[in-house]
Design a protein around this ligand. Structure first.
Ligand SMILES: Cc1cc2nc3c(=O)[nH]c(=O)nc-3n(C[C@H](O)[C@H](O)[C@H](O)COP(=O)(O)O)c2cc1C
Length: 169
């Protein structure tokens, strides 16, 4: 990569049932655009939304996934672990081993759900062996946007380094 070429974007694969996650990742993309105006080394954001209507999605470059929490009943301690509504994202991660290029998950939910708050993201981290990067509530705040953008830059940069080393570059 030459010095004057912008770094690869942060790629986000997400699902949104009621629009909160969509709103948050779009705020992140707007924030990234502002940062990039000031800093030629900063990264833009590209998003891919999963829906029931999605055809096959191939993710063969480093990316992060965003998942809201929807669980069937229970309390997340003794029961209430079963994912509902967001399974299409899990299937997309499983398809074609897409998850192997995923360097982490950002979860969201509602703190009123107590122990179930953000639990689907924790389940994904455990199932796919990638880190839980962060959690935010509902549509998130501007503080969440700044914090999570900074973390994503760090995580993607580290993952790219590991991938290069793995590929002997
Ligand atoms: C039926 C239903 C079940 C939910 N279950 C949980 C839950 O178990 N844990 C949690 O943290 N949030 C839960 N939430 C809150 C959502 O995760 C939260 O509203 C999220 O921002 C939705 O994201 P979306 O609008 O992108 O779909 C639930 C919301 C609904 C409507």
């Amino acid at each position: 990569m030459t010095d004057n070429k912008r770094k690869d974007p942060i790629r986000i694969l997400f699902i949104s049932i009621e629009g909160n996650t969509r709103s948050f990742v779009h705020k992140l993309a707007e924030y990234a655009q502002e940062v990039c105006k000031q800093d030629k080394n900063a990264r833009l954001i590209e998003t891919v939304e999963v829906s029931d209507a999605s055809g096959e999605i191939l993710m063969k470059d480093p990316f992060v996934t965003f998942v809201p929490t929807y669980l069937s009943g229970g309390n997340g301690i003794h029961n209430g672990y079963t994912e509902i509504m967001t399974e299409e994202l899990r299937f997309t991660l499983e398809d074609d081993d897409n998850y192997k290029f995923c360097y982490g998950v950002v979860g969201s939910g509602n703190k009123n759900f107590n122990a179930q708050y953000g639990l689907t993201a924790k389940h994904y981290a455990s199932k796919f062996s990638f880190p839980l990067i962060d959690l935010y509530e509902l549509r998130g705040t501007s503080v969440d946007v700044e914090r999570i953008y900074t973390k994503l830059v760090t995580y993607q940069t580290e993952f790219e380094k590991k991938l290069k080393a793995f590929n002997g570059q």
